[in-house]
Design a protein around this ligand. Structure first.
Ligand SMILES: Cc1cc2nc3c(=O)[nH]c(=O)nc-3n(C[C@H](O)[C@H](O)[C@H](O)COP(=O)(O)OP(=O)(O)OC[C@H]3O[C@@H](n4cnc5c(N)ncnc54)[C@H](O)[C@@H]3O)c2cc1C
Length: 385
């Protein structure tokens, strides 16, 4: 794909080379309107394409949705856990509304199952009441506190003293959702360039220049040796939605500033085929080098001994869980902006007002509820342009 792009733009090279900085003088250049880095920015790509922008999505993998967007619990979150007025609270509540409507209108598999958050001891009741207050402050208006006995009638295997019912929580088939976003973006002439990686960039005049390489070439590159781009792309607008790589991309190569201990507990989710999943739990990891990160070379393996830690957690609310009934599933990596023991961070959306680079929007820390929020994030970005 990249070679075709290079060939297609050969007529533009002669004029553009003059303004290339030293070191990139021989590299072909091409201009573009809006570039979205990372195919999981599909919601943004679709929104921009619907509004008439010429969109190019650059994706290092061979297809869309191979990163965190296909390694999550596929829950449509209600918007309970996040501090009032945070972007997470705002985008989750708005995103949930947009996502249900989107799925209903297009027949995308989803179910509004509702969710119970349970207090398994009297000591946990104040926490549960606090969650209810958070939810109400965030505009989650349908929450209902229940006696344990009522919740246990709904779920006979459950043990709890009180429960918070969230009727608007649901599940969605994330792959069908992404496929639909992709189809609509492509219908509006958005182009996807797979196996293509943004390896860095520089600013020239007031325009950002993206350094592009074929992923295959990059994979052959020796770690720590300089990566020479095969193409320099000069877009009017760049959305950095590279997921786990969004920060390394901005920090180490692109522009400048950048900057719970984990998750929300080992919870139960059910996917659309009825499979019951427990988790995710939390294990802090250190990231790989930047190039491995761009190429999604994270260690996603799940060791079978990990289940030993799940049994006691799950038995707090499902006392009858039998030994040996858990099987390892899959793992995903949360795009965290904070470390262990640090307070949770909000989504971070940086525009020119923060980093001073015209036409660049960085999406950092798009962890859960990022899937639920995706349409609202897209709506917000487009409204700011
Ligand atoms: C275990 C787990 C459970 C979760 N559960 C939920 C849930 O139930 N509900 C919910 O709402 N959210 C959930 N989330 C969060 C949600 O999955 C993420 O917020 C969302 O998928 C993030 O999407 P993204 O586009 O930021 O990243 P990604 O999906 O990782 O996409 C980034 C893309 O960028 C590409 N890329 C990276 N670097 C480059 C580069 N240099 N050049 C070109 N392309 C590049 C990658 O190949 C990848 O395709 C969960 C997350 C985890 C980890």
């Amino acid at each position: 794909m990249l070679r075709n792009t290079i060939r297609n733009c050969s007529s533009k090279i002669a004029t553009a080379i003059k303004s290339s900085p030293r070191g990139f003088a021989a590299t072909p250049t091409e201009t573009a309107d809006a570039v979205v880095v990372g195919a999981a920015g599909l919601a943004v790509a679709r929104e921009l394409a619907l509004r008439g922008r010429e969109v190019l999505v650059i994706e290092s993998a061979g297809t869309f949705g191979t990163g965190t967007s296909s390694r999550n619990s596929e829950v449509i979150h209600a918007g309970i856990y996040y501090p009032a007025k945070s972007l997470k609270a705002r985008f989750c509540v708005r995103g949930k509304e947009l996502l249900y409507k989107y799925c209903c209108d297009r027949g995308i598999p989803h179910k509004q199952l509702g969710k119970l958050i349970v207090a398994t001891s009297v000591a946990e009741i104040p926490k549960l009441e606090n969650l209810m207050r958070f939810g109400i402050a965030n505009g989650v208006e349908d929450l209902r506190m229940m006696e344990g006995s009522d919740a246990m009638r709904m779920e006979p295997e459950l043990q709890c003293v009180k429960a918070l019912l969230s009727p608007s929580t649901g599940i969605v088939d994330s792959h069908s959702f992404m496929l639909s976003l992709l189809g609509e973006a492509e219908n509006c002439k958005a182009t996807l360039s797979y196996n293509t990686t943004v390896v860095g960039g520089h600013i020239e005049g007031d325009r950002l220049h993206l350094h592009i390489s074929e992923s295959k070439e990059l994979a052959n590159n020796i770690v720590d040796s300089p990566v020479l781009p095969q193409l320099i792309l000069i877009p009017r607008l760049v959305i950095n939605s590279a997921g786990l790589s969004a920060v390394p991309l901005a920090r180490s190569h692109l522009i400048y500033p950048m900057p719970e201990d984990g998750g929300i507990g080992v919870h139960v989710t059910i996917d659309l085929s009825g499979l019951v999943k427990f988790g995710p739990d939390v294990e802090w990891i250190s990231g790989p080098d930047d190039i491995s990160s761009f190429l999604n070379r994270f260690d996603y393996s799940v060791s079978s001994d990990r289940s030993a830690r799940f049994y006691p957690e799950i038995r707090k609310y499902f006392r009858n869980l039998k030994d040996g009934c858990l099987e390892p599933g899959y793992s995903g990596i949360r795009a965290k902006l904070c470390g262990p023991k640090q307070p949770p961070q909000d989504f971070m959306i940086q525009g020119e007002d923060v980093h001073g680079v015209p036409g660049l929007i960085n999406l950092f820390g798009i962890e859960s509820p990022g899937l639920t929020s995706s349409l609202a994030i897209a709506e917000y970005i487009v409204s700011k342009l």
